[in-house]
Design a protein. Structure first.
Ligand SMILES: C[S@@+](CC[C@H](N)C(=O)[O-])C[C@H]1O[C@@H](n2cnc3c(N)ncnc32)[C@H](O)[C@@H]1O
Length: 212
């Protein structure tokens, strides 16, 4: 997702009360909410998915992670507008910006209930396979922070990334809980992401749920 650098947007993001920059701060939030589960979406883009999910489950904590601060700034604007229009405040939703490969330096062992990966960048060239968020290196980092038997829910419209992820997850030894070859033709509960809305008219959406 390419976004023009917008200094004002970044400034606004830095001032946003639910944008968490420091590891200490997110740890403080987690320790104040010991009775709650922590859900992460990695590569949240503009954030429709995690916003909707956090609204449906106000009793738990949702953290949207996005590598790109300019993209996160757009997500923040969208959230602020959504909250104003609906006269609500999603106190259980936080945004963070970091590379998913560093997840274990932010969260502690067993802190995370589930990780959502939606329409992750496919990185089609073989030489870039290590950057795919379902690469075994990433799966190993997720394991460090997920609770025992924690899950990953992964959706994509990209057949090559789907096949790659099946093999990568299988090789890592994850247990397949659910696999869908055409999610929108099922009646499974689904919150559509921005990419999903844009690309589902052109082909099936694949979904995998795996457990560690
Ligand atoms: C194709 S977009 C999908 C956005 C959103 N999930 C959706 O479905 O509409 C993938 C997003 O993942 C982010 N991303 C890519 N690599 C990442 C990484 N290593 N850590 C965190 N976010 C990453 C990108 O910046 C981009 O915004």
């Amino acid at each position: 997702m390419r976004t023009r650098f917008n200094a004002k947007a970044i400034e606004q993001l830095n001032e946003f009360d639910r944008y968490i920059k420091e590891t200490e701060k997110i740890q403080e939030i987690i320790s104040k909410n010991k009775d709650k589960k922590i859900y992460l979406e990695i590569g949240m883009g503009k954030g429709d998915f995690i916003t909707q999910l956090s609204m449906l489950d106000k009793d738990n904590i949702y953290i949207g992670v996005e590598l790109s601060p300019p993209v996160l700034a757009l997500a923040m604007k969208k959230l602020v507008r959504f909250e104003e229009e609906n006269n609500i405040r999603l106190d259980n939703l936080y945004f963070m910006s970091f590379d998913a490969i560093n997840i274990a330096s932010i969260f502690k062992e067993g802190q995370i209930e589930k990780i959502y990966l939606n329409f992750s960048d496919p990185w089609p060239k073989k030489k870039h396979a290590k950057r795919r968020l379902t690469n075994e290196k990433f799966l190993a980092e997720y394991k460090k922070v997920l609770r025992e038997n924690g899950q990953i829910e992964f959706k994509t419209d990209n057949r090559e990334l789907f096949e790659y992820s099946l093999v990568s997850m299988q090789n890592y030894g994850l247990k397949f809980i659910e696999v869908y070859l055409d999610l929108h033709k099922t009646d499974v509960f689904n919150i559509q992401t921005e990419y999903e809305k844009k690309f589902s008219p052109f082909g099936p959406i694949y979904k995998i749920i795996v457990e560690y």
